[in-house]
Design a protein around this ligand. Sequence first.
Ligand SMILES: NC(=O)c1ccc[n+]([C@@H]2O[C@H](COP(=O)([O-])OP(=O)(O)OC[C@H]3O[C@@H](n4cnc5c(N)ncnc54)[C@H](OP(=O)(O)O)[C@@H]3O)[C@@H](O)[C@H]2O)c1
Length: 438
Amino acid sequence: MESWDTARRLAQLSTTDKKRLLAQLLRDKARAQAAGQREPGSRAYVEDAVLEERIQPAGPASHVAAPKSVFLTGATGFLGAHLLDDLCRCTDATIHCLVRARNLDDAWQRLQANFSRYFAHTLNARRVLPVLGDLAQPRLGLAADTFARLALDTDVIFHNGAHLHHLAPYTQLKGANVSSTVAILELATTARPKWIHYVSTLVAAVDRDPDGWLLEQFPRCDQPELASGYAQSKWVSEKLLAQASRRGIGVTIFRPGLISGRSDSGIWPAENDHVLRVLKGCLQMGYAPDSDILFDMAPVDFISAAIVRIALNEASGGYVFNLSNPRAARWSNLLHWVQDCGYPVQVLPEVAWREQHLKRIDSNNALFPVLPLYLGGHTTDQHAALLTKLSKVRRDHTTRMLERLQMDFPAIDQPLWRRYMRFFHDCGFLNTPALATA
Ligand SMILES: NC(=O)c1ccc[n+]([C@@H]2O[C@H](COP(=O)([O-])OP(=O)(O)OC[C@H]3O[C@@H](n4cnc5c(N)ncnc54)[C@H](OP(=O)(O)O)[C@@H]3O)[C@@H](O)[C@H]2O)c1
């Protein structure tokens, strides 16, 4: 029916319009081909993973357990708001937050507005100080005098800000995700040594033991097979930091898996989340693929508290922490819990789901923007490989540190998922049906 309709409409076009349409289609095809040749196959990111000789420690690295001055990036984001709260609660430090804004008033408004999405209490304006900057700019976009002042005053750096996009090419993410790390290293090595706590991601981990488990160590491999530009950009940062650590600069790396909403209120910025986009798309279709894939996921409040408390503990300095949740859930569990909340969704073999339903969705479906990751073919295989690799993750350092801190990963279970579902319903992310059983 659809192709008849399209043919009828094409026949009605004037010759000029037909030519214009054809030219446009050819341009799009050429652009897609050029992007295909440049991007997934491109190894440019590997060349960026070499730390310039000029980056050298400003003195011996020493871990700081009670910082008086912290520099934090990404505080206007999901995890950043929580890191800011935990840093306020666990230290007496002044926290300088790098914010993209027109002026300091605007920056403060952005910090507060984001913070109030998650917390009922307000930010302490005497301890939380915005600084204007941009991760993608040289020297983090900081004014020269601000950079010099921060270089003198800062005790520790939490580099958490990044551009998260699972389809964007490396070149598009390099500024915010890689150049920023070089600039952070410049800051950490100017005037006096500062410890860097870097928020990475499990998808950037590549080194495995002989049994295929992802290791909990600084990256070693020089030629990784990383398909997504995002994973590539985070791996390059890790490589730069690994070299910095070998030169004597204080570095600790934290690798969360997927970060889910708050464990108490369920608040989760659903609009940007990949897993939720897929889940919502399936609910809109009424069909979901049958899969037993594990989603290594942990609530944001836990991840944040773990990062801050581990970072402040002197036994953590110089390690990598795979923040992999041993009590995570499988896609099949999530579907079951969603059905239990009254959402009708039929589970089909993956091929049938893709061929009969996914291929027919349009831009009204939440899955539409990430369609290439699920439609089949090379990109889909690479994405599946990325998810599958997260099923075998070593977490020995993390387990030891959490035991020491008397912390434990919360289970991703049905009661927690119900809280999430209630939040999705209340905020309008999911609007049918009423949660009669929740
Ligand atoms: N979310 C996850 O599931 C997940 C999983 C594993 C690891 N991580 C890592 O956790 C960290 C935080 O992620 P998130 O989920 O909190 O992301 P988010 O909500 O998108 O926050 C990203 C933060 O980075 C800032 N940022 C991005 N580009 C910037 C630039 N050019 N200049 C200045 N600031 C910039 C954003 O500022 P604006 O507000 O100005 O955009 C925002 O504050 C990232 O390093 C990410 O790689 C996240």
